[in-house]
Design a protein around this ligand. Structure first.
Ligand code: NAD
Ligand code: UDP
Ligand code: UDP
Length: 311
């Protein structure tokens, strides 16, 4: 049986990944400090003897015996990663060192959940993996952006120096059920506001763009990447190239939820990237992967989930 460690396994993406790995017949160890994740995301898995949950902070060493590691631990929403920025950098950097040390000792494969944020506010559009990015090293997003960039450096140095088998995935905005209702990210904010009939908060003029990938598509990509040939280290972009403005997203959410909520405009947060769209040619070519779920379908699933939560 494949023994797989998922750090951040009680979070939004991590819990969906645990579901998928259990379904595929793996023995899963979920490690989480429950900072932004929750037991409700994994409660349904607790009855399974091949699923184990452990409360642990990855900034501290971890000794366990596994064959593969998915390193997902890190708050992903700007509101949460900026709440305790020093801890965010520690999670990214010390967490990566500990998990890489573990992978090195075990000769285990390790996948890093990196991010489109390594490109910062990009001048290259859509973003390709060979673009080095435009990141502010001292801004309020830096704990996350630079933390994730340093983690990528560590992954490639453990690979070159210690022959650790690495897989680096740059994840672009992903949404779906189990996002935290107070997560602060745009899709969950807009849906919760629409369902409660509260004002929809558009930051800035709403002309900034993002490209949204449904969670099932992303999880399928992560699993494909983990099981790709050893030479396939990445970095590889994963996301849905379907780009839109935040105003367009708000209109879709209002239409699909049948809400009459009004739009209000709030200040644009510092260093908020103006545009973002993944170039996924590498994932297409090397992994035969591309997203399948249309935004309207994914939003309907997500709205249905939040209807239960908000009620
Ligand atoms: P999330 O906040 O729902 O999940 C993160 C999980 O990590 C939570 O369960 C949290 O409790 C846990 N965690 C945080 N710090 C920890 C620590 N020090 N030790 C142990 N556990 C810790 O966010 P998510 O959207 O599921 O993101 C998962 C990963 O994917 C993150 O690394 C994030 O940077 C990356 N990512 C996500 C997106 C996205 O759009 N969802 C985009 C790019 C990258
Ligand atoms: N580590 C861990 N579990 C292991 C092996 C290592 O958590 O099974 C941690 C350990 O705390 C160490 C880090 O990973 O600080 C990096 O390990 P590495 O072997 O690269 O460095 P060293 O132990 O030589 O400092
Ligand atoms: N955003 C918004 N209203 C909100 C939350 C976010 O207009 O209630 C904007 C935010 O300024 C950014 C985009 O939506 O331009 C995506 O924000 P999110 O925090 O989801 O992700 P990230 O900025 O990390 O891509």
């Amino acid at each position: 049986m494949n023994r797989i460690l998922v750090t951040g396994g009680a979070g939004f993406l991590g819990s969906h990944l645990c579901d998928r790995l259990i379904k595929d017949g793996a023995d899963v160890l979920c490690v989480d400090n429950f900072y932004t994740g929750s037991k409700t995301n994994i409660a349904h898995l607790m009855v399974n003897p091949y699923f184990e949950a452990m409360r642990h902070d990855v900034t501290f060493p971890l000794y366990a015996e596994v064959d593969q590691i998915f390193n997902m631990a890190c708050p992903a929403s700007p509101v949460h990663y900026q709440f305790d920025p020093v801890q965010t950098t520690k999670t990214n950097v010390h967490g990566a060192i500990n998990m890489l040390g573990l992978a090195k000792r075990l000769k285990a494969r390790i996948l890093q959940a990196s991010t489109s944020e390594v490109y910062g506010d990009p001048e290259v559009h859509p973003q390709t993996e060979d673009y080095w990015g435009r990141v502010n090293p001292i801004g309020i997003r830096s704990c996350y952006d630079e933390g994730k960039r340093c983690a990528e450096t560590l992954f490639f140095d453990y690979h070159r120096q210690h022959q650790v088998e690495i897989k680096v995935v740059r994840i672009f905005n992903t949404y779906g059920p189990r996002m935290h209702p107070n997560d602060g990210r745009v899709v969950s904010n807009f849906i919760v506001q629409a369902l409660k009939g509260e004002d929809i908060t558009i930051y800035g003029n709403g002309q900034q763009t993002r490209s949204f990938c449904y969670v099932d598509d992303l999880i399928d990509g992560l699993v494909r990447m983990m099981n790709s040939p050893a030479g396939m280290t990445g970095p590889v972009n994963m996301g849905n190239p379907n780009e839109m403005t935040m105003l367009e997203l708000a209109e879709q959410v209002l239409r699909l939820s049948g809400s009459k909520a009004k739009l209000v405009f709030k200040p644009l947060p510092q260093d908020d990237p103006k545009q973002r769209q993944p170039d996924i040619s590498v994932a297409r070519r090397e992994l035969g992967w591309q997203p399948k779920v249309a935004l309207a379908d994914g939003l309907k699933e997500t709205i249905a989930y939040f209807k239960k939560i908000v009620a």
